[in-house]
Design a binder for this molecule. Structure first.
Ligand SMILES: C[S@@+](CC[C@H](N)C(=O)[O-])C[C@H]1O[C@@H](n2cnc3c(N)ncnc32)[C@H](O)[C@@H]1O
Length: 275
């Protein structure tokens, strides 16, 4: 990260000033709970709630109570495309729960889908239920996502890897974790990764494990949504994207054309993204 990135991200701003700015912007603190080595905060302004670690500027999750089905953070809007990638959505696994934006989105688009989440902190899971309308049907295991993978059944059509430490560092974006995810995915299932750091290395690691890897750059951010699978075809993805998008009130079909396939991906090349 360059000095300019540092200045722009506001990392240099002292904590007392951050707190003043947040109060000045009109945020109320709904929760300030201790976590090992930090704290968990839920902030509210108007109808919008934000889940943050300590005094970080970055949101772990954001939720508008006036529009609960509309994901606020840009990467979660793009991640909705993930729901259209597998041919069915019987089981979805979340590695890192946060406020459960993605789980709520799956619940709206496909209410019968079985959803499970692995979340490091019990305090986060409680906050998701209490402040972020996490559907009761989402089951949660508290623990380390990578460490618990080998206890899960190979029953998932979609896995979201969206785990970040309170320091902001991405968690478990390694080939070892990807091997574990591949085991719990059905053969035509998909992994979606929220990637912010050293994305090239993460893409290469995904490519070591999966036959097809693609990405979408998140506009105006140093952030990518990575998708990976052993699927050999994407038949029907556009029709599924149109149908799911209609349920979510979001245009998903155009996102299919924004996927950039990594060199050597089975699905790369003309016609790869199917009809
Ligand atoms: C960006 S948030 C997830 C946001 C979420 N996908 C949503 O839809 O709102 C990242 C989450 O990963 C969790 N986390 C961090 N390390 C983890 C680990 N080793 N295992 C599981 N979860 C972890 C954090 O506590 C945090 O709740």
């Amino acid at each position: 990260m360059s000095l300019l990135d540092d200045l722009w991200s506001g990392r240099w701003v002292p904590i007392w000033l951050r707190r003043r700015v947040i109060a000045w912007l009109g945020y109320r603190v709904l929760l300030d709970a201790p976590l090992p080595g930090g704290s968990l905060r839920v902030l509210e302004r108007g109808t919008v709630r934000r889940l943050r670690f300590g005094d970080a500027w970055e949101d772990q999750s954001a939720f508008d109570r006036a529009a609960p089905t509309h994901p606020l953070l840009p990467y979660t809007q793009l991640a909705a495309l993930g729901l259209a990638l597998p041919p069915r959505l019987d089981g979805v696994l979340h590695l890192g729960l946060g406020g459960g934006t993605l789980a709520r989105m799956v619940h709206v688009a496909a209410p019968d889908t079985l959803q499970h989440a692995v979340e490091r902190y019990a305090e986060v899971a409680d906050a998701a239920r209490r402040y972020f309308d996490l559907p009761d049907s989402v089951s949660i295991t508290i623990g380390d996502a990578a460490g618990l993978l080998d206890r899960l059944a190979p029953a998932y059509d979609l896995v979201f890897l969206d785990a970040f430490a309170p320091s902001g560092a991405p968690v478990s974006q390694s080939a070892a974790t990807f091997v574990g995810v591949r085991r719990v995915l059905r053969p035509d299932g998909w992994l979606i990764v929220n990637a912010t750091d050293d994305v090239r290395t993460t893409v290469l690691a995904l490519h070591d494990v999966f036959a097809s890897v693609a990405w979408i750059k998140i506009p105006d951010a140093d952030q990518y949504l990575l998708v990976a699978s052993d699927a050999l075809a994407l038949d029907g993805v556009r029709a599924r994207a149109a149908a799911l998008g209609a349920r979510l009130g979001q245009e998903l079909e155009p996102l299919v054309d924004r996927l950039v396939w990594a060199d050597g991906s089975v699905l790369a090349g003309p016609g790869g993204t199917g009809g």
